[in-house]
Design a protein around this ligand. Structure first.
Ligand SMILES: CC(C)(COP(=O)(O)OP(=O)(O)OC[C@H]1O[C@@H](n2cnc3c(N)ncnc32)[C@H](O)[C@@H]1OP(=O)(O)O)[C@@H](O)C(=O)NCCC(=O)NCCS
Length: 197
């Protein structure tokens, strides 16, 4: 069953994220940060998370936003103290500041994409993969975005996650660019064009 995520799901979503996307910058900030990050998705109107539940457990999720800057604003305005405690173990690591600046610049660029959304993360529990959970989540999210008038959905795929590229291609995304983030690590931009009837 696919449903909208609620605040009580944030811990399960963050656990799943850190197990599935173990190489990412967001993961490196720790589970407390991920909980704060995903809470912001639930609390801001321009973002959402869908979860896939099986036998009462969350086994997959997808997060999406039509305005990533709202996530940043929400954290700064409402949860700055939580952010401090979530990442305090990282505050002496200079790389974190460089990565955050790169992310802010990336968020600023997304401002100019009209009627577009960003698929930020998608995960399926490793023992449940290959059963269509990821595809069902993408299909449901695209259906929702279409109703909101969104015309394209982009996602950044780190070249560390080579295997997920096959997944995006299978689900109708096409490679539309390359971008270097976080210490010049190459990522691919995949885009899905939403068809209008
Ligand atoms: C990407 C991911 C969400 C896919 O979830 P899933 O439930 O296994 O996906 P589906 O069962 O719907 O797969 C559909 C298709 O995607 C492709 N696919 C899925 N996983 C793949 C893999 N590891 N390698 C190559 N192709 C893959 C296959 O073509 C598959 O079609 P098939 O079953 O006809 O062969 C899951 O592999 C995952 O959580 N990966 C780790 C996290 C990640 O990389 N997320 C993406 C970046 S944020």
């Amino acid at each position: 069953m696919i449903r909208n995520a609620v605040k009580d799901d944030v811990k399960s979503i963050s656990d799943l994220h850190s197990k599935c996307i173990y190489t990412g910058f967001l993961t490196s900030l720790g589970n407390k940060f991920l909980e704060l990050f995903y809470c912001a998705f639930i609390e801001t109107k321009s973002s959402e998370i869908l979860v896939y539940e099986s036998d009462g457990e969350i086994v997959g999720f997808v997060s999406c936003s039509t305005n990533l800057k709202d996530i940043l604003k929400y954290i700064i305005l409402h949860e700055l103290h939580t952010l401090f405690f979530a990442v305090k173990h990282k505050l002496l690591d200079w790389k974190i500041y460089r990565n955050v600046i790169e992310d802010i610049l990336y968020f600023r660029k997304t401002k100019y994409r009209v009627n577009s959304a960003e698929l930020v993360s998608i995960c399926a529990r490793d023992d449940m993969r290959g059963n269509g959970i990821g595809s069902a989540l993408v299909e449901e999210m695209i259906g929702k975005l279409k109703k909101q008038g969104v015309e394209s959905v982009a996602t950044l795929v780190s070249d560390d996650l080579q295997e997920s590229k096959g997944f995006y291609e299978k689900n109708g995304f096409r490679l539309t660019g390359k971008i270097k983030l976080h210490n010049n690590k190459e990522s691919s931009v995949y885009t899905y064009k939403i068809k209008r009837q």
